[in-house]
Design a protein around this ligand. Sequence first.
Ligand SMILES: CC(C)(COP(=O)(O)OP(=O)(O)OC[C@H]1O[C@@H](n2cnc3c(N)ncnc32)[C@H](O)[C@@H]1OP(=O)(O)O)[C@@H](O)C(=O)NCCC(=O)NCCS
Length: 117
Amino acid sequence: MLIRYKKSFKKIAMGLLSFMPREKELRTLKETMDCYESNDDRQLFLWKVDEDVVGVIGVAVHDTKVEILHIAVNPSFRDEGIGTEMMAAVTKLFSDRDVGPNESTTRFFEKCTKESR
Ligand SMILES: CC(C)(COP(=O)(O)OP(=O)(O)OC[C@H]1O[C@@H](n2cnc3c(N)ncnc32)[C@H](O)[C@@H]1OP(=O)(O)O)[C@@H](O)C(=O)NCCC(=O)NCCS
């Protein structure tokens, strides 16, 4: 289930974001979190399975398009379709806009769109 980020999930969200290759450095990761917490056009979502938060997906919302900036799943829960479900949930949530990847999420986005065709 997709839920909106709130501050009580900050540590788990940072842990999940750190699986993105470009978020390995703590300084970069902190800047990324600040950006999601302070800009209205940046939105972060978490994926819950029962009571466990196992995934994160973050977007930049523009007038007509939504850019997927980050997506990561806890390694213990990978290859179960969660990443694909998160992509689909965000695409549905922003169905009034054109949803696409940035350079960090292109590979997985393209895999998901190829398979849903
Ligand atoms: C990418 C990621 C979110 C996928 O999550 P997931 O829940 O395992 O995804 P799904 O179970 O829906 O899909 C698994 C499939 O995606 C593939 N996949 C994993 N990472 C991928 C990537 N970076 N690019 C393309 N395909 C990828 C897997 O090989 C698997 O393929 P298969 O179904 O042919 O065996 C997860 O691997 C992750 O957190 N990676 C680290 C963060 C990252 O690099 N994010 C940016 C991705 S571009």
